[in-house]
Every structure is written in structure tokens, then in C-alpha cells.
Design a protein. Structure first.
Length: 160
């Protein structure tokens, strides 16, 4: 298979790689670059565990070809914390026991970040809709919903 040059920004760092044509972003991130924070769940786009932000848009990295990300800005869960300080969403998930096995957590965090980036004061229904593309088999979703709402409230207090 032909190799294709791809350049993008990953979690604020410039990356340049040669990837096989047709390889998914998930595979390139995990196997080529070493960012294992997006999880490979269903590999069919139905579980959401591989969710990342590409140019601010929530995308499934298992369905996105790496070569289509040339010039893009990509954020994974590994890029949420800054200077060793957890992102407010990460802190809310930890404090609210919104993770059990943790497999869905990266996708849930990225879906929640995408929501809060476009709507910093979401309703419960907004959160439910935002995470609806992510499957969690452990929490029953309620702790996740509450954690996202808690992070939104915490952010609104920081801005005020």
C-alpha cells in the first residue's frame, strides 16, 4: 500500500507522519504516534470510544481516514489536561464517579467537551443528546450526565 504524508497538530504539537493510504486515524494515533487515549471499541462507529475533536468537531477516529486530517487540529483526551492539571471535565468525572471500567470515558469526555465548547450552559437534555453516540455498559449514564453538568457549573463560576 502507498504511504501518504500527513501533517497535523495533535494536542497542540505539530506532527508529521507517513501513513498507509486508507488507514484510520484511530490506528495512526494509537500505533504510529503512540496516543492510546482514543479507544478502539466496535471499529464500526457505533460505540463512540474513539471520539476525538478534529478542528473542533466531534468525530469518530475509527471511521476517519488519517490522510483526510492533513492540516487539521486534533484533540484527544490526552490533550485535555494542561500543565499536569486536569481539565474541569476530567475533574468532574473523577469527583462524580462517572467512570467505572473507563473504556467509554475518553469518548464521553470528548463528546462533553464538544458540547461545552459550543454551549457552556447546557441543559440535562443537551447533555443526553451530546453523549448519545457513546455507549457505556457500566455507569447507567446518570453519573456521566451529572459530571458534565457539574463541569459546566464550575466553568460558569470561574468566568463570573
Amino acid at each position: 500500500m502507498a504511504k501518504v504524508p500527513v501533517q497535523f497538530t495533535l494536542n497542540g504539537e505539530d506532527k508529521a507522519e507517513f501513513v498507509e493510504s486508507g488507514v484510520t486515524l484511530l490506528k495512526a494515533l494509537r500505533e504510529k504516534i503512540g496516543d492510546t487515549s482514543p479507544k478502539g471499541g466496535c471499529q464500526q462507529g457505533t460505540c463512540g470510544a474513539c471520539s476525538v475533536l478534529i478542528d473542533g468537531e466531534l468525530r469518530l477516529s475509527c471511521l476517519t481516514l488519517a490522510e483526510t486530517c492533513d492540516g487539521a487540529s486534533i484533540v484527544t483526551t490526552a490533550g485535555l489536561a494542561e500543565g499536569g492539571v486536569m481539565h474541569p471535565l476530567q475533574r468532574a468525572f473523577l469527583d462524580g464517579f462517572a467512570t467505572q471500567c473507563g473504556f467509554c470515558t475518553p469518548g464521553m469526555l470528548m463528546a462533553a467537551k464538544a458540547l461545552l465548547d459550543r454551549n457552556p450552559d447546557p441543559t440535562r437534555d443537551d447533555v443526553v443528546e451530546a453523549i448519545s453516540g457513546n455507549i457505556c455498559r457500566c455507569t447507567g449514564y446518570e453519573p456521566i450526565i451529572q459530571a458534565v453538568l457539574s463541569a459546566a457549573r464550575a466553568n460558569s463560576h470561574q468566568v463570573a
